[in-house]
Design a protein around this ligand. Structure first.
Ligand code: PHE
Ligand code: ZN
Length: 884
């Protein structure tokens, strides 16, 4: 049982927690228990004798007592699966040490010592991909959050900052390239075909930012001149043969560096910036100081193998990791409860960057869609946690959409309230004040108050309270006064039954019914449970446009007619609000349809209204195609489920599909015309051409729902004539959902064409696992036995099983087969890669909000996993929280 999340238990009562936990339960770590470390480690020297099966590590730590902490006669060094081969203190072999579980405890009599520890590790056996691991013949590290302790014994916590010197040696033929953080100090050849390199990073950093790479790599190299005139050498290291697909990453990097100088005043601080692409990686990428390590998915892109979405992914992740150099590395986190300090802020920074590089409104809509699809369900389920959590058992489980995406929204609200200029003053002060420190979320908020001139006293609730606030909006009208009635409610979440009202910045505009114009946008703050605001001079009731630009991460319940939504969908000058009106129109109808509360006439009327709104979007020549494409996207099944107290995934899927078919049939000529127009636009990465590709596939999806035979022919033709992956994948996506020979033929062609290109073969798996085909589950089962499938590669695992788990029709198969398959899969992956295995648990954790039949089947799987012996801490925590 997770005491910290039991509502009846007072927060931060360690005695109760201890009494309730069995000795085998992993310990709960609490934010309130934070204590500074007893020792400082100003300098670290690491020596690696590299080998794929056997690497020897000698770590020399200069330690001194921390005057800001309670004195201790011992130093506690974290370890994970290590054995100390030798321990020396001040150069002498020591015996005054002991093991405490995985950790090494060394007695230290004086105020300053040198500790030397040697360890031996087997990178090839490291399938968890944390610490030092082998990937395709190269060696590479991943240390965030607690991977450094799998390399050597160390105070593996982000508030211990050290200057690192790293020496490594190994066979030159096998590892011609030797990289670590900072600058290369010296290199040379050793005996028997070995060579060595010595790196020095002048910036003190926590162990989670350490990195080492050794392998046979080649670089795409370039130069960046910083604003103050320093020259930075840039290298993107990849396996031979991949260098032709690194151009977009390099352009993205240079743009990011310039943008951070211009927008946040942040300049790069080393002479060298290295990026390495690896194919086995649990996450997207990692911001190690001066040596970012990337999943190949976020480095490699060209038109034949990457879609427009992939190109954006590369640009966004390159920017994100680069921006961490300031928000994360120069100012790091005091403890892992502060994770959103670096991640929320850095996500906001990469979002703003991407807004500036492309279409700001479209980027905003995409970001909101991600928030609603991934974070809202988290916030309303058993895994809900504040952006600054109070407790955890396994920190890897807290790299969540809440920490990242809601964290970004919270800082975005500060920016909205402050205005851009004052916000910049706040961030300048934050970087200035905390440079070189391990800071807290509170430090950030305080710097914002002092620098931007805001009072954020009540706003701090956004850091401590979980759950998505629900805001109800009603407009009344009397005489020529319109009155806006706003109320808020923050729902209870695990461990937090009573919530206080939050300050919610809401942008709104009131449209005059006759002129169709509004009198200017206003920003109001709803900071009480209920507020009423009056607006004079409206002879008729105005039409309300609310939460414009998605100014706050909330759910809005508005009392609004479908006519008014149609008006806003066609006329609102705020692109997000326009998108939102159309979404609300569809969500409102689908909720009624799923409820069964619609008679035929009402269904016909609603579909008619939606169809004309979509027709207007197709015809509106003030829209660019990229925005048009956004407006055409129907709300996702997961978002629809989210708007219902208890969801029936089968009915949601059926109603949504049927609506799509109705629109597709009704507007077949219009969609066909758009399709033909967009098909004329030649391939390029221009916004116009990208927009055309987007609406083209959208049109095909609608046509496929309404007229599958026609769409199959069109999709097959699109596949054959495609000169880029966006068109090819779009065609495949449609074909994969349809029955027939074209599906089979094109799948075979696609596979043969891209055999050997791992990232594209990932798409081949994902297209089938995520398809609308009724036999998708059977396809997944067969694909799990395909020779190209492996449990050892996280990208491949995600391309098959994540795609299936997020394919509502397949995952929620009525007989529970989808749940069973995910259950089996989690149990099989857990011993290999617990971090990635645990990421599949939240889908099953949605059981509480699903109709009773499926709910019981989902729960059954969670119970089966919970009962399995030897479960990892990662999966154990997620399963027990999900069962609640
Ligand atoms: N810190 C990385 C990022 O967001 C994510 C990450 C976390 C990567 C843990 C690896 C392990 O940029
Ligand atoms: Zn990050």
């Amino acid at each position: 049982m997770d005491i910290a999340r039991t509502p009846s238990t007072p927060e931060g009562n360690p005695e109760m927690a201890d009494a309730a936990e069995s000795p085998h339960e992993p310990a709960v770590i609490r934010r309130s228990d934070y204590k500074p470390f007893a020792w400082r480690v100003p300098e670290v020297s690491l020596d690696f004798a590299l080998g794929l099966e056997e690497t020897h590590v000698t770590a020399v730590l200069a330690v001194e007592r921390n005057p800001q902490a309670d004195a201790s006669p011992t130093i506690h060094l974290d370890g994970d699966g290590l054995e100390p081969l030798t321990v020396k203190i001040d150069g002498e072999v020591a015996t005054s040490w002991s093991m405490e579980g995985n950790d090494l405890i060394v007695s230290l009599p004086g105020d300053a010592h040198q500790i030397e520890v040697t360890t031996k590790i087997n990178p090839s056996a490291n399938t968890a991909l944390m610490g030092l691991f082998a990937s395709g013949g190269m060696l590479c590290t991943q240390c965030e959050a607690e991977g450094f302790r799998r390399i050597t014994f160390f105070p593996d916590r982000p508030d211990v900052l050290s200057v690192y010197r790293v020496r490594m040696s190994g066979p030159k033929a096998q590892f011609p390239v030797l990289l670590s953080n900072g600058n290369l100090e010296a290199e040379g050849d050793g005996e028997d075909g070995t060579h060595w390199a010595q790196w020095h990073d002048p910036w003190p950093k926590p162990s989670y930012l350490f990195a080492l790479v050794a392998g046979d790599l080649i670089a795409n190299s370039d130069i960046f001149n910083t604003v103050s005139g320093r020259e930075v050498a840039l290298n993107i290291w990849v396996r031979e043969g991949d260098e032709g697909r690194t151009g977009h990453a390099m352009e993205s990097l240079k743009k990011s560096m310039r943008w951070d100088e211009e927008t946040f005043g942040r300049e790069y601080d080393l002479d060298l910036f290295n990026i390495v692409a690896v194919s086995d990686f649990n996450m997207g990428a990692m911001e190690n100081k001066g040596l970012n390590v990337f999943n190949t998915k976020y480095v490699l892109a060209d038109e034949d193998t990457a879609t427009d979405v992939d190109f954006d992914g590369v640009e966004g992740v390159i920017a994100h990791e680069y921006f961490h150099n300031w928000s994360g590395n120069r100012v790091t986190c005091r403890d892992w409860f502060q994770l959103s300090l670096k991640e929320g802020f850095t996500v906001l920074r990469d979002q703003l960057f991407s807004q500036d590089m492309g279409s700001a409104p479209v980027k905003r809509i995409e970001d909101v869609r991600v928030l609603r699809g991934a974070q809202f369900p988290e916030d309303s389920g058993p895994l809900a946690h504040p952006i600054r959590p109070d407790s955890f058992r396994e920190i890897s489980n807290f790299y969540t959409a809440t920490i990242y995406n809601k964290g970004a929204e919270v800082i975005r609200m500060i920016r909205t309230m402050a205005g851009e200029e004052a916000f910049r003053k706040g961030t300048d002060l934050y970087f200035d004040r905390h440079d070189g420190e391990a800071a807290t979320c509170e430090d950030f908020v305080k710097a914002m108050e002092d620098g931007a001139g805001l009072d954020l006293t009540q706003f701090r609730l956004w850091y401590s309270q979980a759950g998505t606030p629900k805001v109800s909006v009603r407009l009344t009208h009397e005489g020529d006064t319109a009155t806006l009635h706003l109320s808020q409610e923050v729902p209870p979440t695990p461990g937090q039954s009573d919530k206080q009202p939050m300050p919610i910045p809401i942008k709104l505009a009131l449209f005059d019914r006759d002129s169709g114009e509004h009198r200017g946008e206003q920003l109001i703050t709803l900071d009480k449970a209920q507020v009423s605001l009056s607006f004079d001079g409206f002879a008729k009731p105005p039409i309300l446009s609310v939460n414009r630009g998605f100014s706050a991460p909330i759910v809005v319940h508005r009392d609004i007619s479908s006519d008014e939504l149609v008006f806003l969908a066609a006329r609102d000058d705020d692109p997000f609000a326009r998108y939102e009106a159309l979404q609300d129109l569809v969500v409102g109808h689908l909720k009624d349809a799923v409820d069964g509360s619609l008679d035929d006439a009402a269904r016909k009327d609603a579909r008619q209204a939606i169809t004309s709104a979509i027709a207007a979007v197709l015809a509106d020549d003030t829209l660019d195609d990229s925005m048009r494409g956004e407006l055409l996207v129907l709300p996702s099944e997961s978002y629809l489920a989210e708007t219902m107290l208890v969801a029936d995934p089968g009915r949601i899927h059926a109603e949504r599909q049927s609506l799509r078919a109705a629109i597709g049939s009704a507007l077949e000529p219009e969609f066909t015309a758009v399709y033909q127009r967009a098909s004329q636009v030649p391939y390029s990465l221009s916004a116009e051409a990208r927009g055309a590709r987007k609406v083209k596939t959208q049109a095909l999806v609608y046509l496929a729902a309404g007229n599958p035979d026609l769409a199959a022919t069109m999709a097959a033709a699109q596949y054959d004539s495609a000169n880029n992956m966006t068109d090819r994948q779009g065609a495949m996506m449609v074909l994969c959902g349809l029955e027939g020979i074209e599906r089979t033929n094109k799948l075979i062609d696609f596979y043969n064409r891209y055999k050997g290109n791992a990232l594209v073969i990932d798409k081949w798996f994902a297209l089938q696992a995520g398809s609308m085909h009724p036999a998708a589950l059977a396809h997944v089962k067969a694909l799990a036995d395909h020779p190209d499938f492996t449990m050892k590669n996280p990208n491949r695992v995600r391309s098959l099983f994540m795609a299936m788990a997020y394919n509502p029709q397949a995952f929620h198969a009525e007989d529970g087969e989808g749940y069973r398959m995910i259950g089996d899969f989690i149990l099989a992956l857990d011993p290999i890669n617990p971090q990635t295995a645990a990421r599949f648990v939240p889908q099953l954790g949605k059981w509480r909000r699903i109709e009773p039949g499926r709910s019981a089947l989902m729960r059954e799987q969670l119970e089966r996993i919970a009962a399995a012996p030897g479960l990892s801490r990662d999966t154990h925590e997620q399963v027990s929280r999900s069962l609640g």
